[in-house]
Design a protein around this ligand. Structure first.
Ligand code: TRP
Length: 352
């Protein structure tokens, strides 16, 4: 049996992650974690808690310090397996920072500014602050370093992150062309479930938007949140024909209810006004609770053993550092920073 600390040399690798700003919600599960779960058998996986990528340390650090443990518990709860996969604390790997610095020479500012995801984030930031921190431009480079350092082959992400993967490939190719085959040129993979709408039906589900169902929510909280969900606003009575398309309750049925025959039946009856919201929501609660109950239980059992969680995070972070060592050595040598290896070199042409 192979263990996380002794991976077979030929196993292909994944790196993916998120900013740990709070507990994860069912949108994270549908859009990301369920896909990671399916991939962790096949790939040696590095799951990154991207704490370096905080937009404002002073304000956000208490959230990150708390959120990092919350997310680690969520990952353990859904069944990401620390025996096979590595949970990595980004700031525990200073090589990320070093590689970011080197790679920042390989990416033009104009290139960053044309990235559609960054363009939107930059516009928000410019509206909110007097002066955009240089760190904003470091973070996409850091993300490239996150992927390239462990020589990841595959990066499962949301579709908003695809432009970042494109930049990563571009940087890897250009670095390799100049300095030899150091990096793997990675591929992105987007999951099947698009971004989940919030329980209010207004926008995407967000950790602090007040419209999220968290993985750690109790059964009662789950029931109450589903009861309070928005449905078809034009439908006043159970006998009114209702609209299924764009209706959050049915979007959740599609995402979380594996009994497609039941979902089809509910939709058909909803359209002709032969089922009430209460029944539709109750069936949704049953389906989601069946999914979340074991997650909740596994999560709680880890939460009761903080020392074990600490060990998981320490081991995963160490595993990445171990892989980083030789890669950084190659990068430094490639860049010519190995000044002390051979003593003084011959002067370059034209030297005085
Ligand atoms: N920027 C990503 C997010 O906000 C998180 C992230 C950091 C990431 N480094 C990564 C995702 C590397 C994929 C690969 O969600």
């Amino acid at each position: 049996m192979s263990t996380a600390s002794d991976p077979p040399a030929d196993r292909r690798r994944i790196l993916t992650g998120l900013r740990p700003s709070g507990p994860s919600h069912v949108g994270h599960y549908a859009g990301a974690f369920s896909q990671w779960l399916a991939l962790q058998d096949e790939y040696e996986s590095f799951f990154l808690l991207a704490d370096y990528q905080v937009s404002d340390y002073a304000d956000n650090l208490p959230w990150i310090r708390w959120g990092l443990w919350e997310v680690a518990l969520d990952w353990l709860g859904v069944g990401l397996d620390p025996e096979r996969s590595h949970f990595v604390i980004e700031s525990g790997v200073p090589e990320f920072a070093e590689l970011t610095l080197h790679l920042s020479w390989f990416l033009g500012l104009g290139h960053l500014q044309r990235n559609p995801t960054l363009k939107a984030e930059l516009a928000d930031l410019e509206a909110a602050t007097a002066s955009v921190p240089v760190a904003f431009f470091n973070y996409p480079v850091m993300q490239i370093a996150n992927i390239l350092l462990p020589l990841a082959h595959l990066v499962p992400v949301g579709d908003d992150q695809l432009p970042h993967i494109e930049m990563t490939r571009d940087v890897a190719i250009r670095f390799n062309r100049r300095f030899g085959q150091v990096f793997v040129v990675p591929e992105g993979r987007v999951g099947q479930v698009p971004r989940l709408v919030g329980t209010d039906g207004k926008g995407k589900m967000g950790t602090s938007a007040g419209n999220a169902i968290f993985l750690k929510d109790s059964e009662d909280t789950l029931r109450a949140k589903i009861r309070g969900m928005f449905t078809d606003p034009k439908r006043l009575r159970a006998t009114d024909p209702g609209t299924v398309e764009g209706n959050p309750v049915f979007m959740y049925h599609d995402a979380f209810n594996p009994d497609t025959a039941e979902v089809d039946d509910l939709k058909a009856r909803y359209r002709v006004g032969r089922v009430g919201d209460v029944e539709v929501k109750d069936r949704l609660f049953q389906a989601m609770n069946a999914l979340l109950a074991p997650i909740r239980e596994r999560r709680a059992s880890w939460a009761a053993r903080p020392d074990d969680v600490r060990d998981v995070l320490a081991a995963g972070t160490a595993a990445l550092r171990q892989r980083a060592g030789p890669v950084m050595q190659q990068v430094r040598t490639g860049l010519g920073l190995d000044y002390l290896t051979d003593g003084p070199p011959p002067p370059p042409p034209g030297a005085p």
